[in-house]
Design a protein around this ligand. Structure first.
Ligand code: TXA
Ligand code: MG
Length: 340
């Protein structure tokens, strides 16, 4: 057990965080997407601690975070023109690009791949810590492997107390789901994980088609190799058994009405609670992907706190930011989807 300190992400907190990172320790910190666990991306020893703290499978690579374009030097071995265009449009922000790996990145970050994911976050706390420590850092979401990503410091504390020395509290995350991951090499760019930056937005910037990896909305086939290793794991799951019900609100209401039992909860859209015959937790309004993304992980953790055993979820749309929400929710539901 490590003694964990929870500090505000103010000047003193940031100084303490930067020092710990320089010494090869872990720091949990806020970003605009979700909270992350940072470690020096150039040190195998430091990065190994991330895998240990999270209980993360060794073959799942990490994203490296930078504060400016100069930091790309040595982290990647090539920057294709379309990556520069995407960086100009969406960095700093919730977009991760996959590059051929450079010599500065330690082996543990890449988990055996010859590529590396890079993101330039916009959150001022992350920017300040990178600048003060002078280090690019690897940072996965700050949850125990498999559980919903944390979007506030209390949720990080719940998973990480006793596992790392410092949690910086910078208030709730703005976006609420992890960054969009896009492979920029190859003939056409391909989204490996949907997020707040959408396919449509990237297509507009690039003037070319951006593909969606099929594993975003479908379960991988038996033995299939994942383009993004994170896609193959059970993910974002609360303790409750989640089932997505695809169909109209009317059909949904009817279905949950027939499944009224102790411990059964609805995960519905805002404004629908009054119609439903079961206790409800909401996640944004129907059609409002940004609001859904903002609330989803908090809602999943709240359902656990309420002691929910079974959860019937309203189904988000599969376009725009809602695609990111759908992608997280089907994993939380272990692909249990009922067509109404
Ligand atoms: O918003 C975010 O990206 C957050 C915050 C903390 O920055 N970080 C995050 O990291 O979500 P993590 O480790 O929870 O998710 C990283 C995802 C995984 O699905 C992983 O498989 C994929 O990115 N990934 C990382 N490097 C990759 C690579 N070289 N090739 C393909 N996929 C990669
Ligand atoms: Mg994660």
């Amino acid at each position: 057990m490590i003694k964990t300190e929870l500090c505000p992400a103010d000047e003193a907190g940031i100084r303490k965080g930067a020092e710990l990172l320089r010494r090869g320790e872990l720091v949990a910190l806020p970003t605009e997407t979700v909270y992350g666990i940072a470690a020096d991306a150039t040190s195998n020893e430091a990065v190994a601690k991330i895998f240990q703290a999270k209980g993360r499978p060794q073959d799942n690579p990490l994203i490296v975070h930078i504060a400016d374009m100069e930091m790309l030097e040595g982290l990647v071995s090539q920057v294709p023109p379309r990556a520069l265009e995407l960086a100009k449009a969406f960095w700093p922000g919730p977009l991760t690009m996959i590059f051929p790996r450079g010599p500065k990145v330690c082996d543990a970050v890449c988990a055996g791949l010859d590529t590396v994911g890079i993101r330039m976050p916009s959150h001022p706390v992350v920017q300040a810590i990178i600048r003060q420590s002078g280090l690019p850092f690897a940072a996965p979401s700050a949850n125990l492997s498999g559980s919903p990503s944390p979007t506030n410091a209390a949720d990080v504390w719940q998973d990480m107390d006793g596992r790392l020395p410092l949690i910086l509290d910078g208030g709730p995350s703005q976006v609420g789901v992890e960054s969009t991951v896009v492979a920029v090499m190859g003939e056409k760019p391909m989204i490996l994980r949907p997020g707040y930056v959408t396919k449509e937005q990237m297509e507009e910037v690039l003037g070319e088609e951006v593909l969606l990896n099929h594993a975003i909305t479908e379960k991988l086939a038996e033995g299939e190799v994942a383009r993004s290793p994170g896609m193959k794991y059970k993910h974002y799951a609360p303790r409750a058994e989640v089932t997505i019900l695809k169909g109209s609100l009317e059909r949904y209401t009817e279905y949950v009405g027939q499944h009224r039992e102790e411990g059964v909860w609805c995960l519905c859209f805002e404004g629908e609670e009054a119609l439903l015959p079961l206790p409800c937790v909401t996640y944004g309004r129907q059609g409002d992907g940004a609001a859904q993304a903002h609330d989803l992980f908090t809602a999943l953790r709240l359902l656990d706190a309420k002691g929910a055993r079974k959860v019937y979820a309203r189904c988000p749309e599969q376009e725009g930011v809602s695609l990111a929400v759908y992608n997280r929710l089907i994993r939380a539901a272990a692909y249990r989807v009922v067509e109404l």
